[in-house]
Design a protein around this ligand. Structure first.
Ligand code: URA
Length: 430
């Protein structure tokens, strides 16, 4: 069958379903039709499932990404007159790196346009975290975004409705149809938005491990390679760090508590792994902006990054000095014996924080900003019987038993110290 003369959604679905190559023009037609409402949600979902089962060739994923990018507005940041670098993470448990990283890089005069999302399921969303700051707002007009990039240098905000709208609609369908976990669909989804954002360069943090979207390292590496290629095809210089998400990042999981931890990093402190990843991604961003020699540590310890953070929060209506919300109920788990904390499973902790109210089930659900988990000890540390290990916080005490059930078997104390490897395992470029 040929679809080159006249296209038909059912024929395209059949082609993919039966393992044939779908011509680029047919993919473009399908995405355009979906955006315009001529291709139905059912047809697009069926196509997504066929992609999950059959995968995509390089040309197909390229065509899908190009069509989704072209479904909306493409931002042009060249008028800013300074380098623009974007960062994106495939998501994890306790991943608050954008919060210290965006102001850190902006404090050197590099513009950081950070269009971010809200969390779904057990992975947190950067906007949810920032919305725990009283007054802070995520929705900016294109003019406000550009103005803030000029004055402050860093913006973290929601993408407008006209940025890759095909991806927005397809992602909602994928969420309802078990079609999220697909390397070509994830790659096209992320890269269409990032290409449309119009930055000069992109640094990606692709996670592997139990709390990652794609847990097996070899598949996470494949996702990284596909995204690097898509970036190169679109003229967007893309670098990936492949990082470990088997154990929560830092000592907080939630929203307000993650903001608190990000502020510790901006004040020159904070957990070692959060600092490691902030600096590693920051060095990549600096190099991508042509400034590989920047002294990032100095900007964290001398208050420059903190000043930019405060300006960034104020510019979006937030009060950086306002107290962050705290939860009505807490429950602390203590060490059952002396030993090394050898395992804190990211997935178990993510599910527990979600059950406490830190995450949402549907895109429209609210999150409880004060809910979450504080880790008083992290993997590799020696603990003694009876000392506090993890504090669970929620506004609703009935949520605590289900969170405790998620943590059951999710952590372990043993006699021998575990090998604690660095978070960053690999660097992938074109
Ligand atoms: N994040 C996205 O933006 N898209 C996906 O498909 C998965 C994670």
């Amino acid at each position: 069958m040929s679809v080159t003369d006249s296209y038909d959604a059912v024929q395209i679905i059949r082609l993919k379903r039966d393992g044939h190559e779908v011509p680029a023009a047919a993919i473009g037609w399908l995405v355009d039709g979906f955006t315009a409402g001529r291709v139905t949600d059912a047809q697009m979902s069926a196509f997504a499932m066929a992609v999950v089962l059959r995968g995509c060739s390089r040309d197909e994923v390229h065509a899908l990404t190009a069509a989704m990018t072209a479904s909306g507005r493409r931002m042009n940041l060249s008028a800013l007159g300074r380098p623009t670098v974007d960062k994106h993470s495939t998501g994890g448990i306790g991943d608050k790196i954008t919060l210290p990283l965006a102001p850190l890089i902006a404090s050197f005069g590099i513009a950081v346009p950070q269009l971010s999302g809200r969390g779904l399921g057990y992975t947190g969303g950067t906007l949810d975290k920032l919305e725990s700051i009283p007054g802070w707002r995520a929705d900016l007009s294109p003019a406000e975004l550009t103005a803030q990039l000029r004055t402050v240098g860093a913006v973290v905000c929601a993408p407008g409705p006209d940025l890759a709208p095909a991806d927005r609609r397809l992602y909602a369908l994928r969420d309802e149809t078990g079609t999220v976990e697909s390397i070509p669909l994830i790659a096209a989804s992320i890269m269409s938005k990032k290409i449309a954002e119009g930055a000069d360069a992109l640094v990606l943090d692709v996670k592997f491990g139990s709390g990652a979207l794609i847990p097996p390292p070899e598949q996470a590496r494949e996702l990284a390679r596909v995204m690097v290629e898509l970036g190169a095809d679109a003229g967007l210089e893309t670098t990936v760090l492949l990082t470990d998400m088997d154990t929560p990042l830092g000592r907080t999981i939630g929203n307000a508590n993650e903001v608190r931890e990000a502020e510790e990093v901006l004040a020159g402190g904070g957990p070692a792994d959060v600092i490691e990843l902030t600096l590693a991604l920051g060095r990549e961003m600096a190099a991508a902006a042509g400034r590989p020699d920047l002294d990032l540590d100095a900007a964290l310890s001398d208050g420059r990054a903190m000043d930019t953070w405060r300006a960034m929060i104020r510019a979006q209506g937030g009060d950086p000095d306002a107290p962050l919300p705290s939860a009505r109920e807490t429950h602390t788990i203590t060490a059952t014996r002396d030993g090394y904390l050898v395992r804190t499973d990211a997935l178990a902790f993510g599910i527990a924080a979600w059950r406490l109210g830190a995450g949402r089930t549907r895109q429209t659900d609210p999150v409880a900003h004060a809910a979450g988990i504080d880790l008083h000890a992290v993997r590799g540390e020696w603990v003694t019987a009876g000392t506090p290990l993890f504090t669970l916080s929620s506004d609703d005490e009935t949520r605590i038993p289900r969170a405790l059930a998620a943590l059951d078997g999710g952590w372990e104390i043993a006699d021998a110290a575990p090998v604690v490897s660095p978070r960053v395992r690999e660097r992938i470029t074109a």
